[in-house]
Design a protein around this ligand. Structure first.
Ligand code: EAX
Length: 325
């Protein structure tokens, strides 16, 4: 009997110890706050992975720039001090110029094209290329189509943009776009409420959810549905960390992230009509049908700029342009 008890206690101890040892904490970084597009992906991923791994993985979400801006989160992912990130396409620009291809203005006509390209072989080429910068590209979720807001005047045509001081992401492409449009673009990391409120900048551009979640209707009078850039998130893991995982876990993580991304894209798209209504009710003056041709004309030369000179970047740009024509 005594032996049996000893055995039971010993077994219980071993089981507990193994369970405790096996709990792997992983850090996931997003720059934005709960309720944001990035957080919706992160929370869904956490829920799926923790459930499917029977609690073996524990996902800690660091949000609201608690571990830095998007560039800084990416640097931590490169070093594996953070394992995962849901990061806006823009700031990847300086790490790997190939990402510019999918941030190219007016390249996607709608969601169907977006999903076809990003979930298909061309999207896979971009994800693969990120390995050269220390990222394991898992999939794409979305910020959405970006729209202009400002505090100076209604923008109906590209000519109205002239001289506006517009905050842009840390992206050479985004800066070039607004330069081509005649604005005075100012790169600045997220968040930017104070800068808008104090008039350091006249305007900014982001998808509709941002204007609602970050209450930009309080401090920005005019909005124009320019939809000039489709802004994906790239959902990435640290390549250093990824290589330590066995194939089964890699697959489980990859699948959970993709499902979270698909869930979030739909959620984001479903909510846009209500967001627009909400923003108008809050008093924003919205130009719903600007002269898009005038915007397109001003950015037409971007593809021939140095930004797209690198052969692999240029080749992919032409492929995506052909596929979205
Ligand atoms: O979602 O910095 C930006 O403008 C990004 O869109 C940010 O992630 C907000």
């Amino acid at each position: 009997m005594k032996k049996l008890i000893v055995l039971i206690v010993a077994t219980a101890f071993v089981v507990c110890a193994t369970t405790a040892l096996a709990t792997v904490k992983i850090k996931l970084g997003v720059v934005t706050k709960p309720g944001s597009a990035q957080n919706i992906v992160a929370e869904k991923f956490k829920q799926l992975l923790e459930k499917r791994s029977n609690g073996r993985y524990m996902v800690q979400i660091f949000h609201s720039h608690s571990i830095g801006n998007e560039t800084q989160i990416l640097q931590q992912i490169q070093m594996n001090t953070v394992q995962l990130g849901i990061i806006t396409g823009g700031p990847f620009d300086t790490f790997d110029p190939i990402v510019r291809v999918i941030n190219y203005p007016f390249i996607f006509k709608g969601y169907q094209q977006v999903d076809k390209i990003l979930d298909g072989p061309l999207g896979a080429e971009i994800l693969k290329d990120l390995e050269g910068s220390g990222f394991k590209g898992l999939c794409f979720s979305e910020n959405g189509f970006r729209n202009l807001t400002n505090n100076k005047r209604p923008v109906k045509t590209a000519a109205d943009v002239k001289g506006l001081k517009i905050r842009v992401m840390a992206s050479a492409l985004h800066k070039a776009i607004w330069q081509a449009l005649g604005a005075n673009p100012t790169p600045m990391p997220w968040p930017i409420y104070t800068e808008l409120e104090q008039g350091v900048i006249d305007g900014q551009e982001n998808p509709l959810w941002v204007m609602k979640v970050y209450k930009f209707y309080e401090i920005q009078k005019y909005m124009t549905l320019t939809r000039h850039v489709y802004s994906p998130h790239i959902d990435v893991a640290s390549l250093i960390w990824w290589k330590t995982l066995d194939a089964k876990d890699q697959q489980m993580i990859q699948k959970a992230m993709y499902e979270a991304a698909v869930y979030q894209r739909k959620d984001n798209r479903d909510k846009n009509a209500a967001r627009l209504k909400f923003l108008k009710e809050k008093g924003m003056q919205v130009v719903e049908h600007p002269d898009i041709a005038s915007f397109r004309a001003k950015v037409a030369g971007l593809k021939d700029m140095k930004l797209f000179k690198e052969p692999k970047v240029h080749a992919l740009l032409l492929k995506v342009m052909a596929a979205t024509r």
